[in-house]
Ligand binder design. Structure first.
Ligand SMILES: Nc1ncnc2c1ncn2[C@@H]1O[C@H](COP(=O)(O)OP(=O)(O)OP(=O)(O)O)[C@@H](O)[C@H]1O
Ligand SMILES: [Mg+2]
Length: 383
């Protein structure tokens, strides 16, 4: 690779004869030569001129050439400049090693043939050019990687926002339908039952029997609607908070499955932000469903710790356990993946510990916003 403009070489030597001779040879070979007679002058010109190469004498009147080289290499402004130590008197292996240790890129001992000097300078310039081309390519690559990373994290953030929004909408819908079922349909059926009881007067036993059957059907319908409504979203979660809603769920779960759930929790448990209460409730619900469907255990423990900064939720059973990694990697089950997603959407963590024969422990940590930064969950509040 040839220089489009002639390479600029800074020549630092206190001997005017050497300075003249070398400068003459270099300009004869087509290089632009900048001359300095002392170490400090050399340092100043290196900073202001940024030459392609510095030819540096070892013995200088003010600052020793090796020290000049060390300072050039230590300063970010000049550390990338190519330095070739050039000396007639200091040619010992030790002195050469000292120069290279100070960061010099090469060492030329004089006397040296003019042709060899030029050939060596050309070789150094080729290395210097290859190095700077490599640096440009590396910078370009790093820039592209940074751009792609930024694009990816933007896309990720957009996806997370969308998933969070989906969970919010789903929960809002559930709350709405649960409310409609419970309040509107429930009240209408209560009204219907009252009207029937007041207006219909059966005149014979057969009619009385049908009438009683109709009332039983209405009761049954009311009960089904009530159950459907709480399955969709228990109103205690909005009205009373996480702990009462979970306690209620454990009682119902115990009746349905025969599994006793023990709750252990920190003594004080204030209301938490609605999205956190909802996520914790849904995760425990899902984990307990798994205990009932897969573990074979007859007992489960649920633990809740609410600190200043995080809520930690654990669900543990001592049932048959399973290969945790395999289950997490499998794409066909949504329960575990859903728990993890709920936790991560709120900036939290989900950990699963299980192996065949040793039961299952699920731990979820959800960060809590600082007090004053959130409104406590209220009835009907958005998730
Ligand atoms: N507490 C548990 N004890 C034993 N095995 C479990 C437990 N929890 C999960 N598993 C195993 O991990 C698998 C994945 O659970 P996951 O909840 O993701 O899916 P699922 O319960 O099979 O289906 P769904 O998507 O309806 O929840 C289960 O099929 C079961 O083999
Ligand atoms: Mg499941």
């Amino acid at each position: 690779m040839e220089h489009a403009v002639p390479a600029r070489i800074l020549l630092v030597d206190d001997n005017p004869v050497v300075l003249f001779k070398v400068a003459h040879v270099l300009s004869g070979a087509g290089y632009t030569v900048i001359e300095a007679k002392t170490g400090s002058e050399g340092l100043a010109l290196a900073r202001s001129e940024h030459p392609d190469l510095i030819l540096l004498d070892v013995r200088l009147p003010d600052i020793n050439g090796i020290e000049v080289c060390r300072r050039l290499k230590a300063s970010p402004e000049t550390s990338r400049l190519f330095v070739v130590m050039l000396s007639e008197k200091e040619t010992s292996a030790e002195s050469q090693a000292g120069g290279l240790e100070a960061g010099a890129d090469s060492y030329i001992a004089r006397p040296i043939e003019n042709r060899e000097l030029i050939a060596r300078i050309q070789a150094m310039l080729r290395i210097q050019q290859a190095e700077s081309a490599l640096r440009v390519a590396q910078a370009e690559l790093e820039h592209r990687v940074a751009e792609r990373t930024a694009e990816l994290s933007q896309a990720n953030a957009a996806l997370r926002a969308m998933s969070l929004r989906l969970v919010e909408v789903q929960e809002k819908e559930r709350r709405f339908v649960a409310h409609e079922l419970h309040d509107q349909l429930g009240q209408t059926l209560t009204g219907l039952k009252l009207v029937l009881e007041m207006s219909l007067k059966p005149t014979n036993p057969a009619q009385a029997e049908s009438f009683a059957e109709a009332l039983r059907l209405i009761d049954d319908l009311m009960e089904r609607i009530r159950r459907l409504s709480v399955d969709l979203r228990p109103h205690m979660l909005d009205d009373l908070g996480l702990v009462p809603a979970l306690e209620w769920h454990f009682r119902r779960f115990g009746k349905q499955t025969g599994i006793q759930v023990q709750l252990k929790r920190t003594a004080t448990f204030n209301r938490l932000p609605a999205p956190i209460e909802t996520a914790a409730y849904r995760i425990v619900q899902e984990a307990l469903t798994n205990v009932a469907r897969h573990s074979g255990a007859k007992e489960a423990d649920v633990r809740l710790w609410a600190g200043d900064e995080r809520l930690r939720v654990q669900v543990q059973d001592r049932g048959k356990g399973f290969h945790a990694e395999q289950a997490l990697a499998a794409r066909n089950s949504t329960g575990l993946a859903g728990m993890r997603e709920r936790a991560e959407l709120l900036g939290g963590e989900f950990t699963l510990e299980s192996s065949p024969g040793s039961g299952t422990l699920i731990t979820v940590e959800l960060p809590l916003p600082a007090t004053g930064e959130w409104e406590p969950a209220l009835s009907g509040a958005g998730i």
